[in-house]
Design a protein around this ligand. Structure first.
Ligand code: PLP
Length: 400
């Protein structure tokens, strides 16, 4: 299955030896997505919403069709609840500035977790500092699992929002977001879910999850960079002020006053990433066309295989040993610097990432300055794991 899928990704034809294990940073793109973007620029390019000539009308239709595809993909109740932006980071910042900032008062709090990506940490930290609110952090144990008991005690009638990741981009932990949302809901607290790392592989249904906001980036689900989605419940979005002001988001403008367009346009000021949105729609089509259940099963098997193979290397310290985890592995190897490991792997055409992975608090928690991270996706195979593990053994031998 993985090999058949792999043949649809041209990067592997250009680089037949490539073992691509940097999927948590960005995924590769299938032919159909690349072709659709090229086709748009070659044959369909025009700005959207304002033009009445056929090319512009078609670009608008295609752009809005992508919104419908995303709506169905995440099972949003309404297409107006799907906002396009530049990615996960844009989504958390929008919710911080347009939703939370106006509601936060001194003494209130926002709850995040100890394993958040900086994109789901700093926007909340900054508005807490501005308002005198408190940033509360759900602690985790040494396996990289969130302490659900502690979480329940952090929730109070002063909690303005809970913002948590579905899957940690560093630890691979799959958080029990269904339970976490329902605990917050019992206290009437809105929840934002960062599904940047889960959207490509796991089914996401915003109505079943009952989350209030959800953010992800197109480039992590085989779509282009520079495009992302913020889902928000209509009842919140309708109350919120725009985040940015300019063209395409207004109803009426005079020098004394402006009235704003309805949803979703109110939150999509300026010319959007039209080709990106259309490419994202194509990525959604790709995902819908494959057997996702089978692919998820493959990924789970790959996770188990990679886990036991990596742990067979003496001196390898894997951080993130949650019982419920995905195929993202951050590790230290003996006392070899993670950048040396990643460089060596790169020379052997194995793409991994070294650093703090935009999660410095996780590095502090484990007392490491950085790790090497190998993250898997639908085109990876056990042969990729074997090459990674053999090369890590070679690196260890070389440095000792
Ligand atoms: C869990 C998580 N949240 C947020 C982000 C930020 O995504 P982007 O840089 O596409 O905005 C990432 C990217 O790695 C991520 O893994």
């Amino acid at each position: 299955m993985s090999l058949e899928i792999k043949s649809r990704f041209p990067i592997f034809r250009a680089h037949p030896d490539l073992v691509y294990l940097d999927n948590a940073a960005t995924t590769q793109k299938p032919d159909t997505v690349i072709e659709r973007i090229t086709e748009f620029y070659k044959e369909g390019n025009a700005n959207i919403h304002r033009g009445v000539y056929p090319l512009a009308a078609q670009a608008t239709t295609d752009f809005e069709a992508s919104r419908d595809k995303v709506q169905q993909f995440i099972n949003a109740a309404k297409r107006e609840e799907v906002l396009f932006n530049s990615g996960t980071t844009a989504g958390t910042n929008l919710v911080a500035q347009s939703f939370a900032l106006h509601r936060l008062q001194r003494g209130d709090n926002i709850v995040i977790s100890a394993m958040e990506h900086h994109a789901n940490l700093i926007p909340w930290q900054v508005i807490c500092q501005k308002t005198g609110a408190e940033l509360r952090v759900i602690p985790m144990n040494s396996k990289g699992e969130l302490d659900q008991k502690a979480y329940s005690t952090l929730l109070s009638n002063k909690t303005c929002l809970v913002a948590v990741a579905h899957i940690s981009n560093t630890l691979g932990t799959i958080n029990p977001v269904e339970e976490m949302v329902s605990m917050a809901k019992q206290k009437g607290i809105p929840v934002l879910l960062d599904v940047a790392q889960s959207i490509a592989h796991y089914p996401i249904d915003v109505q079943a999850l009952e989350c209030d906001f959800l953010v992800f980036s197109g480039h992590k689900l085989f779509g282009p960079t520079g495009i992302g989605v913020l889902y928000g419940k209509e009842e919140w979005l309708a109350q919120m002020d725009p985040y940015q002001y300019g063209g395409d988001m207004i109803r009426d403008v005079t020098f004394s006053e402006t009235t704003f367009a309805g949803l979703p346009n109110k939150f999509e000021a300026g010319t959007p990433n039209i080709a990106g949105a259309i490419g994202l729609g194509e990525a959604v089509d790709f995902l819908v066309s494959i057997d996702r259940a089978q692919i998820l099963q493959n990924l789970k098997e790959l996770q188990a295989y990679a886990m036991s193979s990596l742990l067979s290397i003496e001196g390898l310290q894997l951080i993130g040993r949650a019982t419920n985890r995905t195929a993202i592995f951050s590790f230290a190897l003996a006392d070899i610097h993670p950048h040396d490991i990643a460089t060596f792997l790169g020379e052997e055409k194995i793409a991994t990432r070294a650093g703090h992975h935009c999660t410095q608090p996780i590095m502090d928690f484990f007392g490491l300055p950085a790790t090497t991270r190998a993250s898997f996706s639908i085109y990876n195979t056990t042969a990729d794991v074997d090459r990674l593990v053999q090369t890590l053994r070679d690196i260890k031998a070389f440095f000792s």
